[in-house]
Write a protein that binds this ligand. Structure first.
Ligand code: P53
Length: 477
C-alpha cells in the first residue's frame, strides 16, 4: 500500500511539557508552579483545577508533578530513545518557575537555564530540532498569589522578561517557538490557562477577556522580540483545536457550532490576522465587557503576527442549540455531545481521524499560514506482558489513521510543518494527574500513586513510528 510521501524536511517528532515530565519540582532553585499544587484524580484534581481556592489552600497527600517521570535527571536516556525513533524535532516547554522562581524577578536562575542548555545540546547531538513552548500551563505560583496572574497587566512584563532571557540564551539552539500552549484553555480553566482567580470578580467574563487581551498583547510583543533577537526564529501560536459539528441540520445547531468554533478562533484571529475579529464587538457588548487597552496594543498585534499556527487535536466536538440536549456535555473542558458515528477512548475522548483533515482544512482556509500539529494521540491503559512487551495496537491504529488524514489534508493543499504526537514518552496527564492514561511510544514504569522503578521500555508503537519516520510516511502498516 502506498501512502502520501511527506516532504523531505517534514518535522516528525514528539511532544511533552515541563510540568508533566520533569519532576525535580524544587531542585536547583526552581519555584512552585501552579501545577505543583494539583493532586491526583482521586484527591479531586478537577475541583482543584476549577477552584483556585482549593488549588492554593488545600493540602493533598500526593502531587504527581513533583517527581513526574524524572525527565530532569533522565533526559539523556530519553532523548537517545527519541533519536533511535528518528525524531527530527522534539517539542518541550521551558518551566517558567525554573527560570524565574516567583515569576517577577529581574535576574534569572542560572541553574535553571543550565538545565535547558544541556537538554538542547543533547537534542542537537542527534540532529533533533527543539520546538519550544514558552508557557505550557506552568505559571509560577508567585504570580497568582501576588498579582492574580494574567488578570494583571504587569504579568506582560514578567512574561516578556522570561521571553527575552530564553530567546537570548538559546539563540543558537532554538528556532521554533510557541508563545502559549492551548491559549484558549483560559476560557475554560482560567486558573490553568491564566494563573488567576476569577471567582470573586464582579464580572468574571470581563476579567477573563481582560487577561486574554494581556496574553494576546504579550504574544505579539514576544513575536516582535523573538524576531528582533533572531530574524530566523519561527514563532507560532497554539490552539486546542477540533472542529465542532452541529448535532442536526437544524440551522440553530449550525449556528451554535459556528459560535463554539469562534470561541477558539477568537485567539488565532488576533495572533494570525492581527486584529480583533468583527464578531468580538457583539461578544463584548453582550457580556458587558469593556477592555482596558494601552496605546500601542492594537499596533503591536497588527504588526507582529505569528509565523505559523500550531494546534493540538485529539477529537472533533459535537454541539446542539437545544439546552436540554446539550446538558449532557457539562463538566468537560471542551463540551461535546456523544457522536453516534464515533468510537471513544476509555476516557471518553472520541476518535475522529477525518475530523483532523476537516480541522486542518478549516484552519488553513482561515489563516493561510503553515500549520504545525503539536499534539495528537490516544490516552490509554497499557498492559505489560510477562515478557515485558507492550502491544499497543490500539495506539498504532489511532496514529496511523490520523497520519493518513494528515497526508490527505496536505494533498488538499494544506501546508504542514510537522507532527509531534503528544506524550511521546508516558507522562503525567494534565487533566487527571494520572500516569495510567498513557500516550507514549516509550513506557515508563510508574503508577498513579507514584510507585514504580521509572524504568523506560519500548512499546510496539515505538518500532511502528520509527518506520513511519524512516519512510517519510509511505509505510504506515
Ligand atoms: P490529558 C484537556 C484537559 C487538559 C489539557 O490531556 C488538555 C486537554 C485537551 O486538549 O490539553 C492538552 O493529559 C495539553 C497537554 C495535555 C494533553 O492535552 O488530560 O496541552 O498538556 O497533557 C492531553 O490526557
Amino acid at each position: 500500500m502506498t501512502n502520501f510521501k511527506f516532504p523531505d524536511n517534514f518535522l516528525w517528532g514528539g511532544a511533552v511539557a515541563a510540568n508533566q515530565c520533569e519532576g525535580a519540582y524544587l531542585e536547583d532553585g526552581k519555584g512552585l508552579s501552579l501545577v505543583d499544587l494539583l493532586p491526583s484524580v482521586e484527591e479531586g484534581r478537577w475541583d482543584a483545577l476549577v477552584d483556585p481556592q482549593k488549588t492554593m489552600a488545600t493540602k493533598y497527600n500526593y502531587y504527581p508533578s513533583h517527581e513526574s517521570i524524572d525527565f530532569y535527571h533522565r533526559y539523556k536516556e530519553d532523548i537517545k530513545l527519541f533519536a533511535e525513533m528518528g525524531f527530527k524535532c522534539f517539542r518541550l516547554s521551558i518551566s517558567w518557575p525554573r527560570i524565574f522562581p516567583n515569576g517577577d524577578e529581574t535576574v534569572p536562575n542560572e541553574k535553571g537555564l543550565e538545565f535547558y542548555d544541556k537538554v538542547f545540546a543533547e537534542c542537537h547531538k542527534y540532529g533533533i530540532e527543539p520546538v519550544v513552548t514558552i508557557n505550557h500551563f506552568d505559571t509560577p505560583v508567585g504570580l497568582m498569589k501576588d498579582y492574580n496572574g494574567w488578570a494583571n497587566r504587569k504579568t506582560i512584563d514578567f512574561y516578556l522578561n522570561f521571553c527575552e532571557t530564553i530567546f537570548k540564551r538559546y539563540k543558537d539552539q532554538v528556532k521554533y517557538w510557541m508563545t502559549f500552549n492551548e491559549i484558549n484553555m483560559i476560557l475554560h480553566i482560567p486558573m490553568f490557562g491564566g494563573g488567576m482567580d476569577i471567582t470573586n470578580a464582579e464580572n468574571p467574563e470581563e476579567m477573563k477577556y481582560q487577561a486574554i487581551h494581556h496574553q494576546l498583547v504579550a504574544s505579539a510583543m514576544a513575536t516582535k522580540l523573538g524576531h528582533e533577537i533572531n530574524p530566523e526564529n519561527m514563532i507560532g501560536c497554539m490552539l486546542a483545536a477540533g472542529t465542532t459539528y452541529p448535532n442536526t441540520p437544524n440551522p440553530n445547531d449550525i449556528w451554535k457550532a459556528m459560535e463554539a468554533d469562534r470561541e477558539g478562533y477568537f485567539f488565532v484571529d488576533v495572533q494570525a490576522r492581527g486584529y480583533y475579529p468583527s464578531y468580538s464587538k457583539r461578544l463584548f457588548k453582550e457580556k458587558n465587557i469593556q477592555l482596558k487597552m494601552e496605546d500601542g496594543d492594537l499596533e503591536v498585534m497588527r504588526d507582529h503576527t505569528v509565523d505559523y499556527v500550531a494546534f493540538s487535536y485529539y477529537s472533533s466536538r459535537l454541539t446542539s442549540a437545544d439546552p436540554e440536549v446539550n446538558k449532557e456535555t457539562e463538566g468537560n473542558v471542551f463540551a461535546t455531545l456523544k457522536n453516534p458515528y464515533l468510537k471513544a477512548s476509555e476516557w471518553g475522548w472520541q476518535i475522529d481521524p477525518l475530523g483532523l483533515r476537516i480541522t486542518m482544512n478549516a484552519i488553513y482556509d482561515r489563516y493561510q499560514k503553515p500549520l504545525f500539529i503539536v499534539e495528537n494521540g490516544l490516552g490509554a491503559v497499557d498492559k505489560v506482558e510477562a515478557d515485558g512487551s507492550i502491544n499497543d495496537d490500539y495506539r498504532i491504529d489511532y496514529l496511523r489513521e490520523h497520519v493518513r488524514e494528515m497526508g490527505e489534508a496536505m494533498e488538499d493543499g494544506v501546508e504542514l510543518l510537522g507532527y509531534t504526537p503528544w506524550g511521546c514518552i508516558d507522562l503525567v496527564s494534565a487533566g487527571s494527574g494520572e500516569m495510567k492514561k498513557r500516550y507514549g511510544f516509550i513506557y515508563v514504569d510508574r503508577d498513579n500513586e507514584g510507585k514504580g522503578t521509572l524504568n523506560r521500555s519500548k512499546k510496539k508503537s515505538f518500532d511502528w513510528y520509527k518506520k513511519v519516520i524512516e519512510t517519510n510516511g509511505t509505510d504506515l502498516a
